[in-house]
Design a protein around this ligand. Sequence first.
Ligand code: PXL
Length: 460
Amino acid sequence: MRTTPTALTIAGSDSGGGAGIEADLKTFAALGVHGLVALTSVTAQNTREVRLAYDLPPEVVVAQIEAVVDDIGVDAAKTGMLSNSKIIKAVAGAVKRYGFPLVVDPVMVAKSEAPLLRPDAVETLINELIPLATVVTPNRFEAEKITGIKVQSINDAKKAARYIVEELGAEAAVVKGGHLEGSESADVLYWRGDFKVFAGPRIRGGCYHGTGCTFSAAIAAELAKGRVVSEAIKIAKDFVTVAIKYGLRDVGRGHCPVHPPAWVLIPAEKWGVVQDLRRAIEILEEHGELINPLLPEVQMNVVVALPKHYARGVDDVAGVLGRVVRYGNKVKAVGPPTFGASSHLARAVLKVMEFDPSMRAALNIRYSEDVLEAAGKLGLKISFYDRSEEPPEVKVREGATIPWGIEAAIKRVEGTVPDLIFHKGDVGKEPMINIFGRSAVDVVMKLIKIAEQVRVGRHT
Ligand code: PXL
């Protein structure tokens, strides 16, 4: 008995890797489902344009479906770009024969507005494929084409979704709200006589190429695992929201692609950060006597940020909950590594990463001339900022001082991130030294070397 769930995508290829089967396979993989493919059309495409679409013969599409069904088995499938009437009819025939759950994404145009379905094929889609669908996932424009209902509000979306089920024969329809107005993007499901609205944040400045493919593939993946329609849609909505938010803005010069792997890469990176901090804490505590004298009044923290692509704010930076404190003549981490545990050091490291994304970690120690001298002897690079030079408009802005100071310190040394940045304090502000590095272990090792050098300095 096979326990690995399988999902089949019956769709076109996007050579730009953003939509089509490429998005589908990434989505299947990220959701732990083995992906199968029946390719319908090869597009020569980038983020700006679809240069050509070369449709495969319908019998070649069907042969692919048969091949995977015969040996592997299909737990659920989705259709994307079907391109023409003949392919739709052939696919409908195969679906009827095998009876697997089917998500129909009624793809009609690309993000660049290039046609992906011949206008005369819309009727075939409505008559042949939609009646076989477990779920149909139109956006507002596709819903309008399919139902003839103008979709401008959630209420309109409800009417269209119900129409697709009650008049056209699908089991469920979810009309997506991405192209509607408003600060939220709400998808409207009609299923088993009930409406369900899935609200999500509208993400400004995200990447949208491949959104629809990713959403429908995620539904198919969750159906393949045996989830019911409403649960599958809930997960797919969360999944696509993350894929949009962490889209690959630097890929291509047109419509940037969504990033389905973010769903698993972010938790994986978080785990790596936590492991790094755990190891760093162990090393710190083993060297407690050496480090204890360097702790500031406000105590110490060690922070590590997620890789720059995922580090959007202080919640994406982990530190020691409760800080690292004096404990007799040693030091001790009060709590475990926790995201969002530090705000000061987190803001410092986020600013540093704007100049050097590899410098993801920081810690803070007491200001002392001895430390600066020792660091200098070790060949570490040092810079500083002067809080008395802080412009008044920065001073009044909550949380702006540290990023301003860090930037000033980096610019003072020609824009390369130094190992140490210090400031000599201000009214009610303890003077402080920050140490920066690539990882928590890296900054702790720098600290230990400095502390040993300070001790040598005292004895000579
Ligand atoms: O997003 C719809 C879509 C589906 N399939 C292919 C595509 C696109 C959009 O560009 O290229 C192959």
